[in-house]
Design a protein around this ligand. Structure first.
Ligand code: FAD
Length: 285
């Protein structure tokens, strides 16, 4: 059963920020509610006041701005799929949206909620990490942009302060030569939490050398992580099968997975290595 709570319905962002500041103790923002309501029913989270941010105009929309793609925090996963700018500029994110939950959940689940929840298995996190995304945190005092990689602190822990809202996500528009992909392994083909996921974006020059490599992984550490050593190995070199295999091995080395009901830690490491090798090999073609 849902515990009792007070639901506040702000009409503007500044009203919402004021409500967060006033309530402070036991307050939580709610967007799609696809995590929060489940957690409240399960007794894992007991906020006494919910501030509904889903209807705030200031948090909506996807646009191109000053060389960046900017995504409002309450953009739903379904809206990511419908927006041509995402399919064109960030196919790695579009691919993650396509395998996210099911159509019902995609219609409610927001990108901001997915990141703010900070599950190690959050499916928009690895693609946004390889796109060098930043998140905007806004309080009554003003806004700050934080690299997504610094935003995640641990399981369900982020840099967000209780009086802040995640208001937007942005990433630089990738150059035309950038290619990438996302693979998620679940226990079934649809509506599955990731056993492990990998996102890759590489930029390869005309001479065949890798100019920039970004690799990120989900569900294999207390938070979504980048594979920094593997990225370093690839940059400035031609992506031969041997180099790709070595990089994929470094990806697995960077993980610290757990055994749980979905998979063993050893299997997760193995999956990461296979998925990273596969994605990097595809980008070489
Ligand atoms: C059946 C089912 C299947 C699912 N499948 C997947 C899946 O395949 N992949 C996946 O990654 N997730 C999945 N999820 C989890 C969930 O749907 C996503 O994490 C979703 O993106 C959460 O967004 P939301 O808007 O519903 O967040 P909410 O539940 O509203 O909030 C989640 C958390 O974020 C906070 N929050 C929300 N918005 C903001 C904001 N703007 N600023 C600050 N804090 C905020 C809330 O306080 C809460 O702590 C699934 C959930 C269900 C129920």
């Amino acid at each position: 059963m849902l515990p009792e709570f007070e639901l506040l319905m702000p009409r503007t962002l500044s009203e919402a920020l004021e409500m967060l500041t006033q309530a402070r103790e036991g307050v939580a923002p709610i967007a799609g509610g696809t995590n929060l309501v489940v957690d409240m029913r399960g007794g894992r989270h007991r906020p006494s006041v919910l501030v509904n941010v889903a209807g705030l105009e200031e948090l909506r929309g996807i646009r191109r701005e000053n060389g960046h793609v900017v995504i409002g925090a309450t953009t739903t996963v379904a809206e990511l799929l419908e927006e041509p700018l995402i399919a064109e500029a960030a196919p790695v994110l579009w691919s993650a949206a396509r395998v996210f939950a099911n159509p019902l959940v995609r219609n409610r689940a927001t990108v901001g909620g997915n990141l703010a929840d900070a599950s190690p298995a959050a499916d928009t996190a690895p693609p946004l990490l390889v796109l060098d995304a930043e998140v905007q945190l806004t309080s009554k005092e003003g806004s700050r942009w934080v690299p997504l990689d610094e935003f995640f602190l641990g399981v369900r822990q982020t840099l967000r302060q209780p009086d802040e809202l995640l208001t937007a996500i942005r990433f630089p528009v990738p150059p035309s030569g950038a290619v990438g992909g996302f693979y998620k392994l679940g226990l079934r083909k649809a509506d599955a939490i990731s056993v492990a996921s990998v996102a890759v974006v590489v930029e390869v020059g005309e001479d065949g050398t890798c100019r920039k490599a970004r690799i990120a992984m989900g569900a294999v550490a207390p938070r979504p992580i980048r594979a920094y050593e593997a990225e370093k190995l690839l940059e400035g070199r031609v992506l031969t099968p041997e180099l790709v295999a070595e990089a994929a091995h470094l990806c697995a080395e960077a993980t610290s997975p757990i055994d749980d009901i979905r998979a063993s830690a050893a299997y997760r490491k193995h999956v990461v290595e296979v998925l990273a090798r596969r994605l990097l090999s595809e980008e070489r073609r």
